[in-house]
Design a protein around this ligand. Structure first.
Ligand code: PNS
Length: 161
């Protein structure tokens, strides 16, 4: 039985993330999706509990997926859930440098491998940072996020339906 770990800030979770998780479920028996704090990023829009709730609703159709939210080192989460592989999506070359560094650090810390899945081109421009900005100014992001996330963004900022 293989378990993969899909980590991220997921602030908020969007359709590009969902695509990566769905593709990971076809490669591994179990997939743990972990919402974590990224210490490089400023104050989050949603707290970890809110993110976990939205992700539970957005991935209710995926029976082999479990969602956790933790404030700890990623390699500790991988060890605790028995994951031998970390799965990350790559949208563009610009993602690669940082992701490569994290993959190498995580492997050095614990031996865990990282597998990169290239996202489809239809999601390559979708980023949580941009979605927060568009939603904050009342723009419509419903094409880029699951319904559960769109509802929370509208509740926070209002905007078009
Ligand atoms: O979606 P993001 O912001 O690119 O995800 C980055 C994340 C949350 C996976 C990364 O910041 C992380 O692993 N945070 C947990 C703390 C940790 O283990 N840091 C060392 C990374 S080498």
């Amino acid at each position: 039985m293989t378990t993969a770990l899909v980590p991220g800030s997921f602030d908020p979770f969007h359709n590009g993330h969902l695509e990566v998780v769905e593709r990971a479920t076809r490669l591994f028996d179990f997939v743990i999706v972990a919402a974590l704090r990224n210490p490089q990023k400023s104050e989050p829009l949603f707290d970890l509990d809110e993110r976990q709730e939205m992700m539970n609703e957005s991935m209710a159709h995926l029976p082999t997926v479990r969602i956790v939210s933790v404030s700890t080192l990623l390699v500790e989460v991988a060890r605790d859930v028995g994951a031998s592989v970390i799965v990350k999506g790559l949208r563009a070359v610009s993602d690669f440098e940082n992701e490569l560094q994290m993959a190498q650090m995580n492997r050095q810390l614990s031996g865990v491998e990282t597998l990169f899945i290239p996202t489809s081109s239809s999601h390559s421009f979708v980023a949580s940072r941009l979605l927060r900005e568009v939603a904050r100014y009342g723009g419509d992001v419903s094409a880029f996020v699951p319904a559960a996330v769109n509802e929370r963004l509208r509740a926070k900022f209002g905007g078009v339906s």
